[in-house]
Write a protein that binds this ligand. Structure first.
Ligand code: NI
Length: 236
C-alpha cells in the first residue's frame, strides 16, 4: 500500500511543470489551467483511492490511513551554514522546520516564496509564542551561493531564517531526499550568468525530523500558517 501511495505522490510531484518554475519566463512561472486541472484530478484520484481503502480496511483504518499520505520524504541531510559550520538535520531536532530549496540569484519565484515563508514564520510566532519553527533556505546553486552569499540573502527575509549551502554532492543528496528537481539552465563553463530551474515546494518537518506536510506555491501565507498551527496544536 505504501508503494502505491508513494507512486501517486511521485506522479503528482513529478509533473515537472507543476512544481518547477522556469525563472527565465520572468512571468510568474508556467502554471496554466491544465496544470491546475491536473492537480485537481490527481488529488481527486487520491481521495477516491483513499475512500476505497477506507472501506476495504475499516478494521485497521486509523493507522493505515494515517500512514497513507506520508510518503518517505526528507531524512538526514548534512550541509554547511552561512558561517561555514557543518549543519545537519540533527541540529534542528526538537523544533519544527519549514524547508525550501532555491537559489539566491532567482529573479522572481524564490524571493516570492521566501517572503511567504517569512510571513508564515511571523504568523506562527504571533499566534503561539512557544512554537518553535525555523525557516530554512537550502541553495541548489553551490557554484555561486557561498556561505556568505546565502547568509546575506536570508537576512533580507527573516531574522530566524537559516541559509544553507554545501558541496554539489551534499546539496544533490539533500535535494534527492526531498525529491526536489533542479537543473542549471545554459550554464556554460566560466560563465556566471545562468538560471536554475527548480521545484517550488515548502516542506514542514516535525521535531523528530519527520516529514509532516508540503505546501506548493498555490498556498497563501495564511493558509500555510493555519495548517501549521493546526498541526502543532494537534501534536501538543
Ligand atoms: Ni527560484
Amino acid at each position: 500500500m505504501k508503494q502505491r501511495l508513494s507512486q501517486v505522490f511521485w506522479r503528482f510531484r513529478d509533473g515537472r511543470r507543476l512544481f518547477s518554475g522556469s525563472s527565465s519566463s520572468g512571468g510568474g512561472g508556467p502554471v496554466s489551467w491544465p496544470t491546475v486541472a491536473l492537480v485537481a484530478s490527481v488529488g481527486a484520484a487520491a481521495v477516491v483511492y483513499m475512500n476505497v481503502t477506507k472501506q476495504k480496511k475499516k478494521a485497521e483504518a486509523a493507522s493505515k490511513v494515517e500512514g497513507f499520505g506520508k510518503p518517505m520524504l526528507g531524512g538526514p541531510w548534512a550541509l554547511v551554514d552561512s558561517r561555514g559550520v557543518p549543519t545537519s538535520s540533527e541540529d534542528f531536532k526538537g523544533g519544527y522546520t519549514l524547508i525550501y530549496f532555491g537559489f539566491t540569484f532567482c529573479p522572481d519565484i524564490c524571493p516570492t516564496e521566501l517572503v511567504k515563508m517569512s510571513r508564515v514564520t511571523t504568523l506562527i510566532e504571533q499566534r503561539n509564542a512557544k512554537a518553535k519553527l525555523t525557516p530554512i533556505f537550502i541553495t541548489l546553486d553551490p557554484y555561486r551561493d557561498s556561505c556568505a552569499q546565502v547568509g546575506a540573502y536570508v537576512k533580507d527575509f527573516h531574522p530566524k531564517m537559516v541559509g544553507l549551502t554545501g558541496t554539489p554532492a551534499q546539496i544533490g543528496k539533500a535535494a534527492k531526499k526531498f525529491r526536489v528537481y533542479f537543473a542549471e539552465v545554459d550554464h556554460e563553463e566560466g560563465q556566471d550568468d545562468y538560471l536554475v530551474d527548480h521545484s517550488i515546494v515548502m516542506y514542514l518537518m516535525g521535531p523528530d525530523g519527520e516529514f509532516i506536510d508540503f505546501f506548493t506555491q498555490f498556498a497563501t501565507a495564511n493558509e500555510v500558517a493555519d495548517k501549521i498551527e493546526k498541526i502543532m496544536k494537534s501534536r501538543e
